[in-house]
Design a protein around this ligand. Structure first.
Ligand code: GL2
Length: 807
């Protein structure tokens, strides 16, 4: 949009008066934030309304991205950016004596996601709007987002994240679009006089799903898409027929009903199998599908053509009940026959798999499922029965193969199997991951439905992760290669030819230095640790999980510590190791690793013998906002998961885009990063996929042998249990045991030697400034292909079959 500073100032003053009866000069920073937020929402609303009308009028195929998480991050800055008015607003505010950055810092970061999966959904939303794809999000409006993490005495403590405490300026409650979702009760097929069977569902509990819509503003285009998040509420019983009123029951159920959208499950790697989780899943899926079908009908379109107008994307298996739920709506409510309903459903739905970790694969006990969703269960039973027919036709006598692939089997409903059978497309999130799905985890299904499988490597939005997070680098890019990269991130490759240019190199280095200084200030303020902005900033930020191997990093730091203690003349490039990670509250081992890292930090940072050669920092409460501070200041990006375990990773892409050098195993999208930047511009270590798979087939390796034969490993591990590292009497022993007695499931010791070498390589590369800066520029300029704009275009053409309306 176009607005002058003068007009903006007028609007701002007027809005402030209206909201607070206050002159700008007397407004608190909170008032400034809410005034600006509401004003920007008004600016957005015209384009939003127009986009909605355009979609309905022209019948463009709509994508609905169903996801149990949307980790958006703060919206004020990104809305201003995408509207194209951030500079004008900044200057106008300045002239009024206000500071945009401080105002932006008032916004709460709504943590409606755990990590990569939820953040990917948010990047896709931004990219769909920016690429003119008619794409909507559908999810849950959790009252409490992911817990706030405090570190107390080195331990993680969780506090509730009440992000809705103050007003949320971005959402609009749409009570008139509320729908009802049914749980529990009895469902059966009742024979009719003319010999048919009709479904009956009685004694159910009804929950009112009220949508809250948030605008998703496209970058300097005319598209404003919608993220619809559902809130669970008690239905208004005044609307019920009198005979069915039962206030007492309703009030008793109030707590139970509201708990559905109360809190996000804080575990991203474990399927817990709790009934509340299944309730959440069905709740937002049913509500979303009901509203989609209603809209489709209101537009006067036949339901038999739903799939020509609507694509529903199932983000991981959490929304898998969308398959039987759409069947239910089409058959029970709209009277469609099974075969036609199945055709429409399969062609509407597509599914992304985000992990090969078996503990994360959802399966629900039949009894629990049947009890909560009796009608949906009946439909799944029928889907399973028909699927078994297909399987039997293929495998004949091999009943064990049929059983293995069935949807309901061994007393469980297997959601991934449901997704594979019930959709027309299944994709992995990086080349390696997709290959592993096809050759290992989902091999049987790949043999059955090879045409359904495809890869869509993840991506990130360069608007948030470069333009907003790293304004200085963005300006340098504008000055050097022009501004086309802002619209077409693949144009970042134009920067490549400057990799040897002394001036460009110097500027990239200065910008990194500024960002490091800012982070150093933040660390001083938050952790009261003084770090050297001239040291290497080596950064490991992501969820804490054994497979992500923060432990390998920490053990290496401990090893370096030993080296320094043993050799007072030890020479190394000073290094600051920065960690940030939340652990799932019930993930005991991960929390022990957090304590270990903090104990290590405490000891090393306060040991004068280390002479400042190493500093270790653990920043609390990792989330989108913190990532925006850390990533632009990073020089080494730790992507060191056990090969085969990280489906893709996305922070690896963000770091690369900000000029950090990736220190990585050949896992997930790291493989593709290597392909893009080339061998000299990344540091790879560790076991290959083939080696890992062969060890897994043969029951692992003998970690004790490494402990006994490698004196560095022995020295490190012994100091976990002999009191050398203070403050971890229990944790040290548990970690020791996990590595030695339980045979090091994630190959930490097996990769130790190669990691030590890789770290040495980083040090020597860093000392050669020309080489390092050149590598940094190579990384920035090769990062464009990892823009989510590229990824969503591939989804649009390869899966959803949507047209791009405008850019
Ligand atoms: C994840 C994968 O672990 C991660 O590698 C991937 O980048 C993201 C997005 O595809 O999905 N799967 C998952 O359950 N979470 C992830 O981050 N939480």
């Amino acid at each position: 949009m176009i607005i002058t500073k003068e007009q903006f100032k007028k609007d701002f003053e007027k809005k402030m008066l209206k909201l607070y009866a206050q002159e700008v000069e007397n407004a608190t920073i909170q008032m400034q934030y809410f005034t600006l937020g509401y004003l920007i929402k008004e600016y957005i609303s015209e384009g939003w309304a127009k986009t909605t009308t355009r979609y309905t009028k022209y019948g463009e195929k709509q994508v609905y991205y169903f996801s149990i998480e949307f980790l958006l991050g703060r919206l004020l800055a990104s809305n201003l950016l995408n509207l194209g008015i951030r500079n004008t607003v900044k200057e106008a505010l300045n002239e009024m004596g206000l500071n945009l950055k401080s105002i932006e810092d008032v916004e709460v970061d709504p943590g409606l996601g755990n990590g990569g999966l939820g953040r990917l959904a948010a990047c896709f939303m931004d990219s769909m709007a920016s690429s003119g794809i008619p794409g909507n999000g559908n999810g849950i409006r959790y009252k409490y987002g992911l817990f706030q993490q405090k570190i107390v005495d080195g331990y993680q403590v969780e506090l509730p994240e009440n992000w809705l405490r103050d007003d949320n300026v971005w959402e609009i409650r749409k009570s008139d679009k509320a729908v009802k979702v049914r749980f529990y009760g009895d469902a059966w097929m009742k024979p009719t006089d003319d010999g048919k069977l009709i479904p009956v569902h009685t004694d159910y509990q009804e929950v009112l799903a009220v949508p809250y819509d948030t605008a998703l503003v496209g970058y300097e285009n005319k598209t404003v898409n919608t993220l619809r998040l559902w809130n669970a509420e008690v239905p208004n019983y005044a609307d019920e027929p009198r005979g069915e009123l039962n206030f007492h029951k309703v009030l008793l159920n109030k707590r139970e009903i509201e708990s559905i959208s109360e809190v996000l499950y804080p575990d991203d790697s474990n399927h817990e199998g709790r009934v509340l989780r299944l309730k959440q899943e069905y709740f937002f899926v049913s509500a979303g599908l009901q509203s989609i079908v209603t809209q489709h009908k209101e537009a006067g379109r036949p339901l038999s053509e739903l799939h020509n107008f609507v694509a529903v994307h199932i983000n991981d298996t959490h929304p898998a009940v969308a398959i039987p739920e759409l069947m239910r709506i089409l058959m029970d409510e709209e009277g469609m026959e099974w075969n036609e309903a199945w055709h429409v459903t399969q062609n509407t739905m597509s599914y992304t798999n985000h992990t090969i970790m078996s503990e994360a694969l959802e399966k629900w006990p039949v009894e629990l499922f049947k009890d909560l969703l009796p009608r949906i269960y009946l439909i799944i039973e029928e889907i399973d029965r028909r699927f078994r027919e297909i399987l039997t036709a293929k495998f004949g006598e091999q009943q064990d193969q049929v059983e293995k692939m069935a949807i309901i089997s061994g007393g469980f409903v297997k959601m991934a199997h449901l997704c594979i059978h019930g959709t027309h497309s299944i994709n992995g999130v990086a080349k390696l991951h997709t290959e592993l799905l096809k050759s290992q985890e989902l091999k049987d299904f790949y043999m059955l439905y090879p045409y359904k499988f495809n890869n869509k490597t993840n991506g990130i939005t360069h608007r948030r992760w470069l333009m907003l997070a790293n304004p200085e680098l963005s300006t340098l890019l504008d000055d050097t290669i022009g501004t086309s990269w802002r619209r077409n991130p693949q144009d970042l490759k134009l920067f490549k030819k400057y990799k040897r240019d002394p001036e460009a190199q110097r500027k990239v280095e200065i910008i990194k230095q500024h960002n490091k200084e800012k982070l150093a200030e933040y660390i001083k303020e938050k952790n009261d640790i003084i770090i050297d902005p001239n040291s290497i900033f080596d950064v490991h930020v992501k969820r804490l999980h054994a497979y992500k191997r923060q432990l390998l990093n920490a053990l290496h730091i401990l090893h370096q510590y030993h080296e320094i203690l043993e050799n007072p003349n030890y020479d190394m490039v000073p290094k600051t190791y920065i960690f940030a990670a939340k652990a799932a509250p019930g993930y005991y081992y991960a929390k022990e690793v957090i304590k270990f890292i903090n104990a290590l930090a405490q000891q090393i940072n306060n040991d004068p013998r280390v002479k400042g050669l190493i500093k270790v920092v653990f920043l609390e409460n990792y989330g989108v906002t913190l990532a925006e501070k850390i990533i632009p200041a990073s020089e080494v990006s730790e992507q060191i998961s056990t090969t085969t375990k990280e489906a893709s990773g996305t922070s690896n892409m963000k770091f690369m885009m900000n000029g950090a050098i990736t220190l990585a195993t050949l896992d997930g999208a790291n493989v593709e990063i290597l392909e893009e930047v080339g061998d000299p511009n990344i540091v790879i270590f560790g076991m290959t996929e083939k080696e890992i798979l062969s060890y897994y087939r043969n029951g692992g390796y003998r970690s004790r042998e490494i402990y006994e034969s490698d004196i560095r490993v022995k020295r490190v591990l012994d100091s976990l249990v002999n009191g050398h590292i203070k403050g971890i009497p229990v944790e040290g022993v548990d970690i020791f045991k996990s590595l030695i007695d339980y045979n090091d499931e994630f190959f930490v010791l097996k990769d130790f030697d190669s990691y030590v070498d890789a770290q040495k390589k980083i040090d020597s590369l860093y000392q050669d400034r020309f080489t390092w800066n050149k590598m940094s520029i190579e990384n920035i300029s090769s990062s464009g292909v990892f823009s989510a704009d590229v990824t969503v275009m591939q989804y649009a053409s390869g899966i959803w079959d949507t047209r791009i309306i405008e850019r």
